[in-house]
Design a protein around this ligand. Structure first.
Ligand code: NAD
Length: 526
Protein backbone atom coordinates (compact mmCIF):
# COMPACT_ATOMS: atom_id res chain seq x y z
CA UNK A 1 0.00 0.00 0.00
CA UNK A 2 1.43 3.41 -0.94
CA UNK A 3 1.29 6.57 1.12
CA UNK A 4 -2.31 7.74 1.40
CA UNK A 5 -1.77 11.47 1.27
CA UNK A 6 0.16 13.96 -0.76
CA UNK A 7 1.85 16.93 0.90
CA UNK A 8 -1.30 18.99 0.28
CA UNK A 9 -3.31 16.30 2.11
CA UNK A 10 -5.40 15.69 -0.97
CA UNK A 11 -6.12 11.99 -1.18
CA UNK A 12 -5.26 9.94 -4.17
CA UNK A 13 -8.62 9.37 -5.92
CA UNK A 14 -7.89 5.72 -6.61
CA UNK A 15 -7.12 5.10 -2.97
CA UNK A 16 -10.37 6.75 -1.84
CA UNK A 17 -12.35 4.82 -4.48
CA UNK A 18 -10.72 1.56 -3.44
CA UNK A 19 -11.40 2.11 0.23
CA UNK A 20 -14.97 3.35 -0.11
CA UNK A 21 -15.84 0.53 -2.51
CA UNK A 22 -15.91 -1.66 0.60
CA UNK A 23 -18.92 0.25 1.95
CA UNK A 24 -22.42 -1.09 1.54
CA UNK A 25 -23.73 2.14 0.04
CA UNK A 26 -26.07 2.18 -2.95
CA UNK A 27 -28.09 5.34 -2.23
CA UNK A 28 -26.06 7.47 -4.62
CA UNK A 29 -25.79 10.08 -1.86
CA UNK A 30 -22.44 11.17 -0.49
CA UNK A 31 -20.97 13.26 2.31
CA UNK A 32 -17.72 15.18 2.62
CA UNK A 33 -14.94 14.57 5.09
CA UNK A 34 -12.72 17.50 6.07
CA UNK A 35 -9.15 17.33 7.29
CA UNK A 36 -8.66 18.98 10.69
CA UNK A 37 -5.13 19.83 9.55
CA UNK A 38 -6.45 22.23 6.89
CA UNK A 39 -10.21 22.55 7.38
CA UNK A 40 -10.55 21.71 3.69
CA UNK A 41 -12.40 18.76 2.08
CA UNK A 42 -10.43 15.56 2.21
CA UNK A 43 -12.65 12.96 0.56
CA UNK A 44 -16.18 12.31 -0.67
CA UNK A 45 -17.72 9.26 0.98
CA UNK A 46 -20.78 7.30 -0.27
CA UNK A 47 -23.65 7.26 2.22
CA UNK A 48 -25.49 4.06 3.14
CA UNK A 49 -29.29 3.97 2.98
CA UNK A 50 -31.66 2.17 5.34
CA UNK A 51 -31.92 -0.60 2.70
CA UNK A 52 -28.13 -0.96 2.66
CA UNK A 53 -28.02 -1.35 6.43
CA UNK A 54 -30.89 -3.87 6.37
CA UNK A 55 -29.14 -5.84 3.62
CA UNK A 56 -25.88 -5.84 5.58
CA UNK A 57 -27.62 -7.28 8.64
CA UNK A 58 -29.41 -9.95 6.56
CA UNK A 59 -26.17 -10.98 4.86
CA UNK A 60 -24.35 -11.08 8.19
CA UNK A 61 -27.05 -13.34 9.63
CA UNK A 62 -27.00 -15.71 6.67
CA UNK A 63 -23.23 -15.92 6.62
CA UNK A 64 -22.66 -16.27 10.38
CA UNK A 65 -23.09 -20.09 10.65
CA UNK A 66 -20.56 -20.59 7.85
CA UNK A 67 -18.07 -18.28 9.55
CA UNK A 68 -18.62 -19.97 12.91
CA UNK A 69 -17.92 -23.34 11.23
CA UNK A 70 -14.43 -22.18 10.22
CA UNK A 71 -12.05 -23.70 12.80
CA UNK A 72 -11.10 -21.14 15.43
CA UNK A 73 -7.40 -21.62 14.63
CA UNK A 74 -8.06 -20.46 11.07
CA UNK A 75 -10.04 -17.44 12.25
CA UNK A 76 -7.21 -16.62 14.65
CA UNK A 77 -4.64 -16.88 11.83
CA UNK A 78 -6.44 -13.99 10.11
CA UNK A 79 -5.66 -11.85 13.17
CA UNK A 80 -2.00 -12.79 13.10
CA UNK A 81 -1.84 -11.89 9.41
CA UNK A 82 -3.56 -8.58 10.23
CA UNK A 83 -0.83 -7.98 12.83
CA UNK A 84 1.83 -8.28 10.11
CA UNK A 85 -0.07 -6.21 7.54
CA UNK A 86 -0.50 -3.36 10.03
CA UNK A 87 3.23 -3.24 10.66
CA UNK A 88 4.07 -3.58 6.94
CA UNK A 89 1.74 -0.74 5.90
CA UNK A 90 2.26 1.59 8.83
CA UNK A 91 3.49 4.67 6.91
CA UNK A 92 0.36 4.83 4.78
CA UNK A 93 -1.86 4.14 7.77
CA UNK A 94 -0.24 6.85 9.91
CA UNK A 95 -0.52 9.43 7.12
CA UNK A 96 -4.20 8.67 6.80
CA UNK A 97 -4.90 8.75 10.55
CA UNK A 98 -3.11 12.11 10.93
CA UNK A 99 -4.82 13.67 7.92
CA UNK A 100 -8.26 12.45 8.93
CA UNK A 101 -8.13 13.01 12.71
CA UNK A 102 -5.47 15.74 13.09
CA UNK A 103 -3.64 13.82 15.82
CA UNK A 104 0.13 13.77 16.33
CA UNK A 105 1.96 11.05 14.39
CA UNK A 106 3.18 9.42 17.63
CA UNK A 107 -0.44 9.22 18.88
CA UNK A 108 -1.36 7.61 15.55
CA UNK A 109 1.53 5.15 15.91
CA UNK A 110 0.45 4.28 19.47
CA UNK A 111 -3.04 3.42 18.31
CA UNK A 112 -1.62 1.24 15.56
CA UNK A 113 0.48 -0.50 18.22
CA UNK A 114 -2.62 -1.04 20.39
CA UNK A 115 -4.33 -2.79 17.50
CA UNK A 116 -1.21 -4.82 16.68
CA UNK A 117 -1.01 -5.97 20.32
CA UNK A 118 -4.72 -6.84 20.36
CA UNK A 119 -4.49 -8.78 17.09
CA UNK A 120 -1.54 -10.79 18.40
CA UNK A 121 -3.20 -11.41 21.77
CA UNK A 122 -6.46 -12.79 20.39
CA UNK A 123 -4.64 -14.40 17.46
CA UNK A 124 -2.60 -16.44 19.92
CA UNK A 125 -5.08 -16.87 22.79
CA UNK A 126 -8.51 -17.20 21.20
CA UNK A 127 -8.39 -20.95 20.59
CA UNK A 128 -7.56 -21.67 24.23
CA UNK A 129 -10.05 -19.16 25.65
CA UNK A 130 -12.89 -20.43 23.44
CA UNK A 131 -12.21 -24.12 24.08
CA UNK A 132 -15.02 -26.12 25.66
CA UNK A 133 -14.32 -26.39 29.39
CA UNK A 134 -15.39 -29.01 31.94
CA UNK A 135 -17.42 -28.20 35.08
CA UNK A 136 -18.11 -30.42 38.09
CA UNK A 137 -21.25 -32.55 37.64
CA UNK A 138 -23.88 -33.12 40.33
CA UNK A 139 -23.03 -36.82 40.64
CA UNK A 140 -19.26 -37.19 40.44
CA UNK A 141 -18.34 -39.68 37.74
CA UNK A 142 -21.91 -39.98 36.49
CA UNK A 143 -22.77 -36.44 35.40
CA UNK A 144 -20.39 -34.96 32.84
CA UNK A 145 -20.71 -31.22 32.27
CA UNK A 146 -19.21 -29.34 29.30
CA UNK A 147 -19.42 -25.57 28.88
CA UNK A 148 -19.34 -24.44 25.26
CA UNK A 149 -18.71 -20.90 24.05
CA UNK A 150 -21.34 -20.17 21.43
CA UNK A 151 -20.99 -16.99 19.35
CA UNK A 152 -23.67 -14.37 19.99
CA UNK A 153 -24.43 -14.25 16.25
CA UNK A 154 -24.42 -10.86 14.51
CA UNK A 155 -22.62 -8.03 16.31
CA UNK A 156 -23.46 -4.41 15.51
CA UNK A 157 -20.26 -2.44 16.00
CA UNK A 158 -20.46 1.35 16.49
CA UNK A 159 -17.14 3.16 16.82
CA UNK A 160 -15.89 6.74 17.46
CA UNK A 161 -13.46 9.06 15.68
CA UNK A 162 -10.86 9.65 18.39
CA UNK A 163 -8.89 6.42 17.82
CA UNK A 164 -10.22 5.77 14.33
CA UNK A 165 -8.09 2.69 13.65
CA UNK A 166 -7.92 0.71 16.85
CA UNK A 167 -11.38 1.61 18.17
CA UNK A 168 -12.76 0.60 14.77
CA UNK A 169 -11.14 -2.83 14.87
CA UNK A 170 -10.00 -3.90 18.34
CA UNK A 171 -13.43 -5.05 19.60
CA UNK A 172 -14.62 -6.30 16.24
CA UNK A 173 -11.68 -8.67 15.77
CA UNK A 174 -12.50 -10.26 19.14
CA UNK A 175 -16.12 -10.69 18.01
CA UNK A 176 -14.94 -12.15 14.72
CA UNK A 177 -12.52 -14.69 16.17
CA UNK A 178 -15.29 -15.83 18.53
CA UNK A 179 -17.34 -16.81 15.46
CA UNK A 180 -19.62 -13.78 15.08
CA UNK A 181 -20.18 -11.73 11.98
CA UNK A 182 -19.94 -7.95 12.23
CA UNK A 183 -21.90 -5.02 10.80
CA UNK A 184 -19.81 -1.95 11.46
CA UNK A 185 -20.66 1.74 11.56
CA UNK A 186 -17.57 3.91 12.04
CA UNK A 187 -17.85 7.61 12.87
CA UNK A 188 -18.56 9.69 9.76
CA UNK A 189 -15.51 11.92 10.41
CA UNK A 190 -13.03 9.06 10.14
CA UNK A 191 -14.53 6.50 7.76
CA UNK A 192 -11.41 6.17 5.60
CA UNK A 193 -9.13 5.06 8.42
CA UNK A 194 -11.66 2.42 9.46
CA UNK A 195 -11.90 1.32 5.83
CA UNK A 196 -8.13 1.00 5.57
CA UNK A 197 -8.15 -1.27 8.62
CA UNK A 198 -10.96 -3.32 7.09
CA UNK A 199 -9.06 -3.55 3.77
CA UNK A 200 -6.16 -5.09 5.71
CA UNK A 201 -8.55 -7.42 7.52
CA UNK A 202 -9.84 -8.65 4.15
CA UNK A 203 -6.29 -8.98 2.85
CA UNK A 204 -5.64 -11.08 5.97
CA UNK A 205 -8.32 -13.54 4.86
CA UNK A 206 -11.54 -12.34 6.52
CA UNK A 207 -14.42 -12.80 4.04
CA UNK A 208 -16.37 -9.67 3.03
CA UNK A 209 -19.58 -11.04 4.45
CA UNK A 210 -17.99 -11.62 7.85
CA UNK A 211 -17.34 -7.90 8.34
CA UNK A 212 -19.51 -5.42 6.48
CA UNK A 213 -19.28 -1.69 6.87
CA UNK A 214 -21.88 1.07 6.44
CA UNK A 215 -21.59 4.86 6.61
CA UNK A 216 -24.47 7.04 7.80
CA UNK A 217 -25.36 9.09 10.89
CA UNK A 218 -25.52 7.08 14.13
CA UNK A 219 -29.10 8.05 14.92
CA UNK A 220 -30.15 6.38 11.63
CA UNK A 221 -27.96 3.28 11.82
CA UNK A 222 -28.33 2.69 15.58
CA UNK A 223 -32.01 1.62 15.66
CA UNK A 224 -31.55 -0.76 12.72
CA UNK A 225 -28.52 -2.41 14.30
CA UNK A 226 -30.32 -2.72 17.64
CA UNK A 227 -33.32 -4.28 15.91
CA UNK A 228 -31.37 -6.66 13.68
CA UNK A 229 -28.27 -7.71 15.65
CA UNK A 230 -27.79 -10.07 18.58
CA UNK A 231 -25.35 -7.76 20.32
CA UNK A 232 -24.23 -4.14 20.14
CA UNK A 233 -20.58 -3.30 20.83
CA UNK A 234 -20.44 0.44 21.28
CA UNK A 235 -17.62 2.89 22.01
CA UNK A 236 -18.47 6.55 22.43
CA UNK A 237 -20.07 9.06 24.74
CA UNK A 238 -22.01 8.20 27.87
CA UNK A 239 -25.05 10.04 26.42
CA UNK A 240 -25.18 7.82 23.30
CA UNK A 241 -24.36 4.74 25.37
CA UNK A 242 -27.38 5.45 27.54
CA UNK A 243 -29.66 5.76 24.49
CA UNK A 244 -28.38 2.48 23.08
CA UNK A 245 -28.70 0.73 26.46
CA UNK A 246 -32.34 1.85 26.65
CA UNK A 247 -33.04 0.63 23.12
CA UNK A 248 -31.32 -2.74 23.63
CA UNK A 249 -33.10 -3.27 26.96
CA UNK A 250 -36.46 -3.11 25.17
CA UNK A 251 -35.43 -5.96 22.87
CA UNK A 252 -33.21 -7.81 25.40
CA UNK A 253 -30.29 -7.41 22.98
CA UNK A 254 -26.86 -7.75 24.60
CA UNK A 255 -24.71 -4.65 24.77
CA UNK A 256 -21.18 -3.79 25.75
CA UNK A 257 -20.44 -0.08 26.06
CA UNK A 258 -17.11 1.69 26.45
CA UNK A 259 -18.02 5.23 27.44
CA UNK A 260 -16.61 8.52 28.69
CA UNK A 261 -14.45 9.39 31.69
CA UNK A 262 -13.38 12.29 33.89
CA UNK A 263 -10.23 10.64 35.04
CA UNK A 264 -8.30 11.69 38.17
CA UNK A 265 -4.56 11.58 38.84
CA UNK A 266 -3.24 11.64 42.42
CA UNK A 267 0.23 12.93 43.31
CA UNK A 268 1.24 11.68 46.76
CA UNK A 269 3.80 13.53 48.88
CA UNK A 270 6.45 10.85 48.29
CA UNK A 271 6.13 10.91 44.48
CA UNK A 272 9.05 11.64 42.18
CA UNK A 273 7.66 15.06 41.24
CA UNK A 274 9.67 15.46 38.04
CA UNK A 275 8.47 12.11 36.72
CA UNK A 276 4.92 12.82 37.92
CA UNK A 277 4.79 16.19 36.16
CA UNK A 278 6.17 14.77 32.92
CA UNK A 279 3.84 11.76 33.13
CA UNK A 280 0.85 13.96 33.91
CA UNK A 281 1.59 16.23 30.94
CA UNK A 282 1.49 13.18 28.63
CA UNK A 283 -1.56 11.71 30.33
CA UNK A 284 -3.51 14.96 29.95
CA UNK A 285 -2.48 16.01 26.45
CA UNK A 286 -1.76 12.87 24.43
CA UNK A 287 -4.15 12.80 21.49
CA UNK A 288 -4.86 16.49 22.32
CA UNK A 289 -6.91 15.25 25.27
CA UNK A 290 -9.36 13.43 23.00
CA UNK A 291 -8.82 10.10 24.71
CA UNK A 292 -11.34 8.39 26.97
CA UNK A 293 -8.71 7.38 29.57
CA UNK A 294 -6.77 10.66 29.61
CA UNK A 295 -6.50 12.76 32.76
CA UNK A 296 -8.73 15.81 33.34
CA UNK A 297 -8.36 16.20 37.14
CA UNK A 298 -5.09 16.29 39.11
CA UNK A 299 -5.13 16.13 42.93
CA UNK A 300 -1.83 16.92 44.65
CA UNK A 301 -0.82 16.49 48.29
CA UNK A 302 -0.81 20.02 49.75
CA UNK A 303 2.75 19.52 50.98
CA UNK A 304 4.13 19.25 47.45
CA UNK A 305 1.46 21.20 45.56
CA UNK A 306 3.48 24.33 44.74
CA UNK A 307 6.50 22.42 43.55
CA UNK A 308 4.40 20.04 41.43
CA UNK A 309 2.43 22.94 39.91
CA UNK A 310 5.65 24.62 38.81
CA UNK A 311 7.02 21.44 37.27
CA UNK A 312 3.73 20.63 35.54
CA UNK A 313 3.39 24.07 33.96
CA UNK A 314 6.98 23.84 32.78
CA UNK A 315 6.38 20.37 31.25
CA UNK A 316 3.15 21.50 29.56
CA UNK A 317 4.57 24.70 28.08
CA UNK A 318 7.43 22.59 26.67
CA UNK A 319 5.08 20.38 24.64
CA UNK A 320 5.43 20.86 20.87
CA UNK A 321 2.08 21.85 19.37
CA UNK A 322 2.63 21.31 15.65
CA UNK A 323 -0.28 19.64 13.83
CA UNK A 324 0.90 17.94 10.66
CA UNK A 325 2.16 14.65 9.32
CA UNK A 326 5.66 14.75 10.85
CA UNK A 327 7.09 13.06 13.93
CA UNK A 328 8.05 16.39 15.54
CA UNK A 329 4.48 17.09 16.69
CA UNK A 330 3.74 16.15 20.32
CA UNK A 331 0.22 17.59 20.49
CA UNK A 332 -2.03 17.66 17.44
CA UNK A 333 -5.25 19.52 16.75
CA UNK A 334 -8.82 18.94 17.82
CA UNK A 335 -10.82 17.14 15.18
CA UNK A 336 -13.72 19.48 14.52
CA UNK A 337 -15.33 22.86 15.16
CA UNK A 338 -17.70 21.09 17.58
CA UNK A 339 -14.77 19.80 19.66
CA UNK A 340 -13.18 23.26 19.68
CA UNK A 341 -16.47 24.86 20.75
CA UNK A 342 -16.82 22.41 23.68
CA UNK A 343 -13.27 23.10 24.87
CA UNK A 344 -13.68 26.87 24.55
CA UNK A 345 -16.98 26.70 26.38
CA UNK A 346 -15.43 24.83 29.33
CA UNK A 347 -12.45 27.18 29.59
CA UNK A 348 -14.43 30.41 29.22
CA UNK A 349 -17.05 29.19 31.72
CA UNK A 350 -14.26 28.41 34.21
CA UNK A 351 -12.55 31.77 33.60
CA UNK A 352 -15.81 33.69 34.01
CA UNK A 353 -16.52 31.94 37.30
CA UNK A 354 -13.08 32.71 38.73
CA UNK A 355 -10.67 29.93 37.71
CA UNK A 356 -7.05 30.83 36.90
CA UNK A 357 -5.44 29.73 33.64
CA UNK A 358 -1.91 28.64 34.55
CA UNK A 359 -0.92 28.01 30.93
CA UNK A 360 -2.63 27.69 27.55
CA UNK A 361 -6.23 28.80 27.30
CA UNK A 362 -6.25 29.93 23.66
CA UNK A 363 -7.21 28.52 20.28
CA UNK A 364 -4.39 28.37 17.73
CA UNK A 365 -5.95 28.84 14.28
CA UNK A 366 -2.51 29.86 13.03
CA UNK A 367 -1.49 26.17 13.40
CA UNK A 368 -4.70 24.44 12.31
CA UNK A 369 -8.29 25.71 12.20
CA UNK A 370 -9.55 23.89 15.33
CA UNK A 371 -6.29 23.69 17.27
CA UNK A 372 -6.26 24.55 20.99
CA UNK A 373 -3.37 24.98 23.42
CA UNK A 374 -2.71 22.51 26.23
CA UNK A 375 -4.36 24.23 29.18
CA UNK A 376 -3.92 23.93 32.96
CA UNK A 377 -6.56 25.47 35.24
CA UNK A 378 -6.45 26.18 38.97
CA UNK A 379 -9.26 27.26 41.30
CA UNK A 380 -11.95 25.19 39.55
CA UNK A 381 -15.14 24.85 41.66
CA UNK A 382 -18.22 22.61 41.44
CA UNK A 383 -20.08 25.54 39.82
CA UNK A 384 -17.92 25.20 36.69
CA UNK A 385 -18.77 22.90 33.81
CA UNK A 386 -15.25 21.48 33.57
CA UNK A 387 -15.39 20.34 37.22
CA UNK A 388 -16.94 16.92 36.61
CA UNK A 389 -18.22 17.05 33.02
CA UNK A 390 -15.89 15.41 30.52
CA UNK A 391 -14.20 18.11 28.39
CA UNK A 392 -12.62 15.57 26.03
CA UNK A 393 -9.96 18.07 25.08
CA UNK A 394 -6.59 19.48 26.23
CA UNK A 395 -7.77 20.92 29.54
CA UNK A 396 -6.87 19.77 33.06
CA UNK A 397 -7.74 21.18 36.50
CA UNK A 398 -5.32 21.19 39.40
CA UNK A 399 -6.49 20.73 43.02
CA UNK A 400 -4.80 20.12 46.38
CA UNK A 401 -5.72 17.53 49.05
CA UNK A 402 -4.94 16.96 52.72
CA UNK A 403 -4.56 13.29 53.59
CA UNK A 404 -5.37 10.05 51.83
CA UNK A 405 -9.08 9.94 52.73
CA UNK A 406 -9.68 13.31 51.12
CA UNK A 407 -7.69 12.27 48.04
CA UNK A 408 -9.87 9.18 47.61
CA UNK A 409 -13.08 11.14 48.21
CA UNK A 410 -12.14 13.77 45.63
CA UNK A 411 -11.02 11.21 43.06
CA UNK A 412 -14.30 9.27 43.46
CA UNK A 413 -16.54 12.30 42.81
CA UNK A 414 -18.99 12.09 39.94
CA UNK A 415 -20.63 9.13 38.29
CA UNK A 416 -17.90 8.09 35.88
CA UNK A 417 -15.17 5.59 36.73
CA UNK A 418 -13.01 4.79 33.74
CA UNK A 419 -9.36 5.32 34.61
CA UNK A 420 -7.26 6.73 37.47
CA UNK A 421 -3.57 7.32 38.08
CA UNK A 422 -1.52 7.39 41.29
CA UNK A 423 2.05 8.69 41.59
CA UNK A 424 4.06 7.45 44.57
CA UNK A 425 7.40 5.82 45.28
CA UNK A 426 5.63 3.35 47.62
CA UNK A 427 4.07 1.00 45.09
CA UNK A 428 2.34 -1.20 47.67
CA UNK A 429 0.71 1.89 49.18
CA UNK A 430 -0.37 2.96 45.69
CA UNK A 431 -1.99 -0.45 45.12
CA UNK A 432 -3.85 -0.16 48.47
CA UNK A 433 -5.24 3.24 47.45
CA UNK A 434 -6.18 1.81 44.04
CA UNK A 435 -8.60 -0.61 45.71
CA UNK A 436 -10.50 2.36 47.15
CA UNK A 437 -10.94 4.06 43.77
CA UNK A 438 -14.01 3.52 41.61
CA UNK A 439 -12.20 3.15 38.30
CA UNK A 440 -11.97 0.26 35.86
CA UNK A 441 -8.22 0.78 35.48
CA UNK A 442 -5.72 2.32 37.88
CA UNK A 443 -2.20 3.11 36.68
CA UNK A 444 0.56 3.55 39.24
CA UNK A 445 3.39 5.84 38.09
CA UNK A 446 1.82 6.00 34.62
CA UNK A 447 -1.15 8.02 33.40
CA UNK A 448 -3.10 5.46 31.36
CA UNK A 449 -0.76 3.61 28.99
CA UNK A 450 0.40 0.80 31.30
CA UNK A 451 -3.12 -0.61 31.71
CA UNK A 452 -4.28 0.20 28.17
CA UNK A 453 -1.33 -1.57 26.56
CA UNK A 454 -1.53 -4.63 28.86
CA UNK A 455 -3.94 -6.48 26.60
CA UNK A 456 -4.06 -9.58 28.85
CA UNK A 457 -6.02 -7.53 31.45
CA UNK A 458 -9.61 -6.28 31.15
CA UNK A 459 -10.17 -2.63 30.31
CA UNK A 460 -13.35 -0.62 30.78
CA UNK A 461 -15.37 1.56 33.07
CA UNK A 462 -17.32 1.45 36.31
CA UNK A 463 -20.45 3.54 36.89
CA UNK A 464 -21.52 5.57 33.85
CA UNK A 465 -18.21 4.87 32.09
CA UNK A 466 -19.37 1.61 30.65
CA UNK A 467 -20.82 -1.87 30.69
CA UNK A 468 -18.53 -4.83 30.08
CA UNK A 469 -14.83 -4.88 29.31
CA UNK A 470 -12.58 -5.04 26.27
CA UNK A 471 -9.21 -6.84 26.31
CA UNK A 472 -8.24 -9.98 28.22
CA UNK A 473 -10.48 -13.04 28.45
CA UNK A 474 -13.52 -10.87 29.26
CA UNK A 475 -13.02 -8.90 26.06
CA UNK A 476 -13.41 -12.09 24.02
CA UNK A 477 -15.94 -14.06 26.08
CA UNK A 478 -18.43 -11.16 26.08
CA UNK A 479 -19.02 -12.03 22.42
CA UNK A 480 -20.15 -15.54 23.35
CA UNK A 481 -23.00 -17.21 25.21
CA UNK A 482 -21.89 -19.91 27.65
CA UNK A 483 -23.79 -23.09 26.88
CA UNK A 484 -23.86 -25.87 29.47
CA UNK A 485 -24.20 -29.43 28.16
CA UNK A 486 -24.77 -31.98 30.95
CA UNK A 487 -24.60 -35.69 30.10
CA UNK A 488 -26.10 -38.07 32.68
CA UNK A 489 -24.79 -41.64 32.70
CA UNK A 490 -26.05 -44.94 34.16
CA UNK A 491 -28.48 -43.64 36.81
CA UNK A 492 -31.23 -41.09 36.29
CA UNK A 493 -31.55 -38.11 38.67
CA UNK A 494 -34.86 -39.21 40.18
CA UNK A 495 -35.77 -40.82 43.49
CA UNK A 496 -38.32 -42.99 41.77
CA UNK A 497 -37.70 -46.16 39.82
CA UNK A 498 -34.54 -48.21 40.47
CA UNK A 499 -32.90 -45.54 42.68
CA UNK A 500 -36.01 -45.33 44.86
CA UNK A 501 -36.11 -49.13 45.23
CA UNK A 502 -32.41 -49.26 46.13
CA UNK A 503 -32.73 -46.52 48.77
CA UNK A 504 -36.00 -47.64 50.30
CA UNK A 505 -38.45 -45.30 48.53
CA UNK A 506 -38.71 -41.51 48.49
CA UNK A 507 -38.04 -41.07 52.22
CA UNK A 508 -35.02 -43.32 52.10
CA UNK A 509 -33.74 -41.36 49.13
CA UNK A 510 -34.17 -38.05 51.00
CA UNK A 511 -32.25 -39.44 54.02
CA UNK A 512 -29.45 -40.64 51.78
CA UNK A 513 -29.25 -37.34 49.91
CA UNK A 514 -29.22 -35.31 53.15
CA UNK A 515 -26.34 -37.43 54.43
CA UNK A 516 -24.51 -36.99 51.15
CA UNK A 517 -24.95 -33.19 51.24
CA UNK A 518 -23.49 -33.05 54.78
CA UNK A 519 -20.53 -35.18 53.73
CA UNK A 520 -19.81 -32.96 50.71
CA UNK A 521 -19.94 -29.86 52.94
CA UNK A 522 -17.63 -31.55 55.48
CA UNK A 523 -15.05 -32.55 52.86
CA UNK A 524 -15.01 -28.98 51.53
CA UNK A 525 -16.44 -29.67 48.06
CA UNK A 526 -17.82 -26.57 46.23
P1 NAD B 1 -20.66 9.73 20.23
O1 NAD B 1 -21.38 8.88 21.21
O2 NAD B 1 -21.28 10.98 19.79
O3 NAD B 1 -20.35 8.91 18.88
C1 NAD B 1 -19.73 7.64 18.88
C2 NAD B 1 -20.31 6.78 17.75
O4 NAD B 1 -21.69 6.60 17.99
C3 NAD B 1 -20.19 7.43 16.38
O5 NAD B 1 -19.96 6.43 15.41
C4 NAD B 1 -21.56 8.05 16.18
O6 NAD B 1 -21.91 8.22 14.83
C5 NAD B 1 -22.43 7.02 16.85
N1 NAD B 1 -23.73 7.53 17.31
C6 NAD B 1 -24.06 8.80 17.67
N2 NAD B 1 -25.36 8.84 18.04
C7 NAD B 1 -25.84 7.59 17.92
C8 NAD B 1 -27.11 7.00 18.17
N3 NAD B 1 -28.15 7.71 18.62
N4 NAD B 1 -27.26 5.68 17.95
C9 NAD B 1 -26.21 4.94 17.52
N5 NAD B 1 -25.00 5.45 17.27
C10 NAD B 1 -24.81 6.75 17.47
O7 NAD B 1 -19.23 9.94 20.84
P2 NAD B 1 -18.16 11.02 20.42
O8 NAD B 1 -18.45 12.25 21.17
O9 NAD B 1 -18.03 11.12 18.97
O10 NAD B 1 -16.85 10.30 21.00
C11 NAD B 1 -16.20 10.72 22.11
C12 NAD B 1 -16.71 10.01 23.35
O11 NAD B 1 -16.36 8.65 23.27
C13 NAD B 1 -16.06 10.54 24.62
O12 NAD B 1 -17.03 10.63 25.62
C14 NAD B 1 -15.05 9.46 24.97
O13 NAD B 1 -14.71 9.41 26.33
C15 NAD B 1 -15.75 8.23 24.49
N6 NAD B 1 -14.80 7.15 24.21
C16 NAD B 1 -14.74 6.11 25.08
C17 NAD B 1 -13.82 5.10 24.87
C18 NAD B 1 -13.70 3.94 25.83
O14 NAD B 1 -13.03 2.96 25.50
N7 NAD B 1 -14.30 4.00 27.02
C19 NAD B 1 -12.96 5.15 23.77
C20 NAD B 1 -13.07 6.22 22.91
C21 NAD B 1 -13.99 7.22 23.13
Amino acid sequence: MTSATSTTLGFDDDLVRGLTAQLRATSGETFEEQSPLTGRPLATVPRSSADDIGAAVTTAREFQPRWAAVPVAERADCLLRLHDLLLDNQDAILDLICAESGKARMDAYMELVHLVLTARYYGRRAARLLRTSRAAGIVPGLTRVDVNRVPKGVVGLITPWNYPLTMALCDGIAALVAGNTVVHKPDSQTVLTALMGIALLRAAGVPENAWQVVAAPGREVGPQLVAGCDMIAFTGSTATGRQLATATAGRLTSISAELGGKNPLLVLADADLEAAAEGAARACFDNAGQLCVHIERIYVDARVYDEFRERLVSAVTGLVLAPGLGWDCQVGTLISPAQLAKVQDHVSDARTKGATVLCGGHPRPDLAPWCYEPTVLEGVTPAMRCHLDETFGPVVSLYRFDGEDEAVELANQGTQGLNASIWTTDHAHGRRIARRLRAGTVNINEGYAAALASIDAPMGGMGTSGMGRRQGAEGLLRFTEPQTVATQRLVPLTPFGPIGSATGGAEGFVRLLNRGLRVLRAVGRA
